[in-house]
Write a protein that binds this ligand. Structure first.
Ligand code: HEC
Ligand SMILES: [Cu+2]
Length: 376
């Protein structure tokens, strides 16, 4: 922005030192000039307007750059995400319009009614202008209506019941991981949600402990998961892909380590995944068989379910842990090395985790890794 400039069109008024302002103007009786703003002021205004337009023109570029960020809400891939996005665009339009009108009036008032050399005393006020008063009472009503109607409409559309035939998913937030149950399919998994593209998914959101918030920014808005309450959320993913999400409500030490993935896939891929998840898992062989033995003789069984082996519910269901792409809610990639690291000392990897260090020996860990990784 250019700095203040002298106003060459009316040189005497350009320097308003306190002395000049207090000096009695020679033509004090002359009516206050309301002529066009001096040319230099208009030039400065034009430059400022151009700068503002250039900055705004940069916004879509910034939004495009956001597409490379995996947790951007700006490129939604569900109809619910799209509704929220168009509401945002709608509100941004009104907000921008209000900004332009208000700033224009402000600048016009500043230029047109500025103190002039010839002016004396305080400026004249305009009192009791009924037209103006009605206008500035009605304008906010109109603006609020423009904002409220689409907002409330969107709230009702996305807060209503899921479309018929939706896939039911029960989400349970835990410190610090997500449990996903598919009651219609008899599948329970953790941290990695699978959804078929084009079919509505209806979520029942509950928590096992404190308040969490379920958020998959690329697919929909947030929904809190509140103790002793069941919240609802639904959306229909419209593009296959892997979407990242995470807890969006501070829930303790490892809140930032409470991530999830939503794998949106074709109905055939989804059905294949469900088929695999419903299998009891392969019989363990060789080293894995030794791992199975360690597992069923350790504290693991008190906290973890493996179908046909144990029924603990404090930690994630491990029946098909080998099929997931991450461990400990997105903290580690699911590789034998990082699984070994996890089993050796969970709290060292994930501060505060409710899985304790069980002081396993090296060969126990090796056997457990072979066993768990074989559980695809
Ligand atoms: C006191 C309960 C408890 C015990 C005992 C326990 N775990 Fe865990 N386990 C947890 C919890 C809770 C998590 C979730 C950690 C997180 O992500 O914050 C977990 C996570 C895991 C994971 C990662 C799963 C995933 O999908 O992210 C594996 C693997 C695992 N445990 C294996 C074991 C094995 C093997 C044993 C026995 C040697 C064991 N656990 C004993 C509570 C327990
Ligand atoms: Cu959290």
């Amino acid at each position: 922005m250019p700095g203040p400039r002298p106003l060459p069109a009316t040189p005497p008024t350009s320097r308003r030192t306190p002395a000049a302002a207090s000096a009695p103007p020679p033509d004090a009786a002359a009516p206050r000039s309301a002529g066009p703003a001096p040319r230099a002021t208009l030039g400065a205004l034009r430059a400022a307007a151009l700068a503002a337009v250039a900055a705004l023109a940069g916004l879509p570029g910034a939004a495009r750059a956001a597409a490379t960020y995996p947790q951007s809400t700006f490129y939604p891939h569900s109809e619910v995400g799209g509704l929220i996005q168009s509401l945002l665009n709608n509100l941004l339009f009104w907000v921008f319009l209000i900004f332009v009108v208000v700033e224009t009036l402000l600048v016009v008032a500043m230029v047109r009614f500025r103190r002039r050399r010839e002016s004396t005393g305080p400026p004249e006020g305009a009192h009791g202008h009924t037209g103006l008063e009605v206008a500035w009472s009605l304008a906010p009503v109109a603006i609020l209506a423009c904002i409220a109607v689409p907002t409330v409409g969107t709230i009702f559309r996305i807060g209503g019941p899921a479309p018929p035939g939706a896939l039911q998913v029960n989400v349970v937030g835990h410190q610090w991981w997500w449990e996903f149950q598919y009651p219609q399919l008899g599948v329970v998994t953790a941290n990695e949600l699978h959804l078929p593209v084009g079919r509505a998914a209806s979520f029942r959101l509950q928590t096992a402990d404190v308040i969490h918030s379920f958020w998959l920014p690329g697919l929909s808005g947030k929904r809190d998961v509140v103790p002793a309450r069941t919240n609802q959320l639904w959306f229909t993913p419209d593009r296959a892909g892997t979407y990242r999400g995470q807890c969006a409500e501070f829930c303790g030490e490892s809140h930032a380590n409470m991530r999830m993935l939503a794998v949106v896939e074709t109905p055939q891929e989804f059905d294949a995944w469900v088929r695999d998840q419903r299998q009891p898992g392969p019989p363990p062989a060789a080293l894995a068989a030794r791992g199975a033995q360690v597992f069923s003789q350790s504290a693991c069984i008190g906290c973890h379910t493996i179908q046909g082996v144990s029924a603990g519910v404090l930690g994630p269901n491990l029946t098909h842990v080998g099929s997931r792409s991450t461990l400990a809610a997105g903290v580690l990639p699911n590789t034998p090395e990082s699984l070994g690291r996890w089993l050796q000392d969970p709290p060292a990897t994930k501060p505060g985790t409710l899985m304790p260090n069980l002081n396993l020996g090296r060969d126990q860990i090796q056997a457990l890794v072979a066993y768990l990784e074989s559980r695809k």
